[in-house]
Design a protein. Structure first.
Length: 360
């Protein structure tokens, strides 16, 4: 069955087991042999620049840092890092990394895309690893995009949520309306819609209709994020899926303040592991194996095998996935779990089509 949704295409975006296993190595970023000559590992300097979420966001900045740092440790070198506190710091932080002699610079998040492309164009001998953006029409060959078709994994979370809900309403909201955010929300809604079609139900998605929805206006855990979550909770949802790094923290607080039995779904990382305070609330998490793909890309650069060919994480290559049920295992019907497992296989085989700006 094909489930479609209308999405704006990201500039020059490229098309791309057990269900609850953490997304693992799979087919990590595939780089062509050869490439530019690289210094010996002992002379190799990897660097990383965060977006405004910081490296302790328990989400995509943290995962990317962990992957880059693992590569640095295995190479026996030190990872240099620059943590951005505001958008105005992205360009200067990248330029500072260039000035410090970095051979490879990881830039975390679509918000750093233009600054990354500009720096890469001016510094063709430096490798850049751009996370969550394709780099646009002007992307030079020394920029490797790491992209993730999280709509596939979010589809599973949506189906699971539709089968779990008791109120018949599930909710989602994002930080800002960018394709890398709405791709989660798209997949989530498609999964709910598929459940409704298969089971003749009418589970409602609050916060995203496939075109418009609820957004906090940023990626900070603040009052705006909490208010957005509260507004959705007040409409009767019993599953809440915040998409945008730390904004889940505001969602969690809104759940606690409501006094209602509401399950939380994490984005990017397994919140059960990265933030133990969510343990009694998190149903599952939609995962992006950013740590694995970043690790592989940094290692490839150090080994002189860097290429600008984009990497796209999918269910098939385990670049995306959903987390274990953890404390909710006994609360979810075993037949529903089996069905989600079957759906995962059907997405991988192509029997079920999940649309996103990457698949298009």
């Amino acid at each position: 069955m094909t489930i479609s949704t209308t999405k704006k295409l990201l500039s020059a975006a490229v098309a791309a087991g057990v269900i609850f296993a953490l997304a693992g190595c799979g087919q990590a970023p595939t780089d062509k042999p050869g490439g530019s000559d690289k210094p010996a590992a002992s002379d190799f300097t990897p660097c990383i620049v965060s977006d405004a979420g910081g490296f302790d966001d328990k989400s995509f900045n943290q995962l990317s840092f962990e992957g880059a740092n693992k590569a640095a440790e295995e190479l026996g070198v030190t990872l240099k890092k620059a943590e951005s506190n505001a958008e105005t710091e992205y360009g200067p932080n990248i330029d500072n990394m260039v000035s410090e002699g970095c051979n490879t610079i990881v830039t975390v998040g679509f918000a750093l895309s233009q600054a990354t492309v500009d720096a890469a164009t001016a510094n063709p001998d430096t490798d850049f690893i751009l996370i969550d953006d394709a780099g646009g029409d002007s992307k030079p060959d020394n920029v490797k995009p790491l992209l993730y078709n999280t709509a596939e994994a979010a589809f599973l979370a949506g189906y699971l949520s539709a089968g779990y809900t008791k109120t018949g309403k599930v909710g989602t909201y994002g930080g800002m309306e960018f394709p890398t955010v709405t791709i989660f929300m798209d997949g989530f809604k498609q999964g709910v819609d598929y459940y409704n079609t298969e089971n003749s139900t009418a589970v409602e998605v609050i916060g995203w209709d496939g075109k418009t929805g609820s957004f906090t206006g940023g990626f900070e855990a603040n009052q705006d994020a909490k208010t957005t979550a509260t507004n959705i909770i007040d409409q009767g949802v019993d599953v809440l899926f915040p998409v945008g790094g730390p904004i889940y923290q505001s969602g969690l607080q809104a759940i606690k303040d409501s006094g209602k039995d509401i399950a939380l779904i994490g984005a990017d990382a397994d919140l059960f592991n990265t933030d133990p305070t969510t343990a009694d609330f998190v149903l599952t998490s939609v995962l992006k194996a950013m740590d694995v793909s970043t690790y592989e890309a940094v290692k490839s650069s150090a080994e002189g095998k860097f290429s600008g060919e984009p990497y796209i994480g999918t269910l098939e290559n385990e670049g995306v996935g959903i987390a274990p049920l953890h404390n909710f295992e006994s609360k979810v019907d075993a037949e529903l779990v089996k069905k989600v497992d079957t759906i995962k296989a059907d997405i991988i085989s192509g029997k079920i089509k999940v649309t996103s700006y990457l698949s298009e």
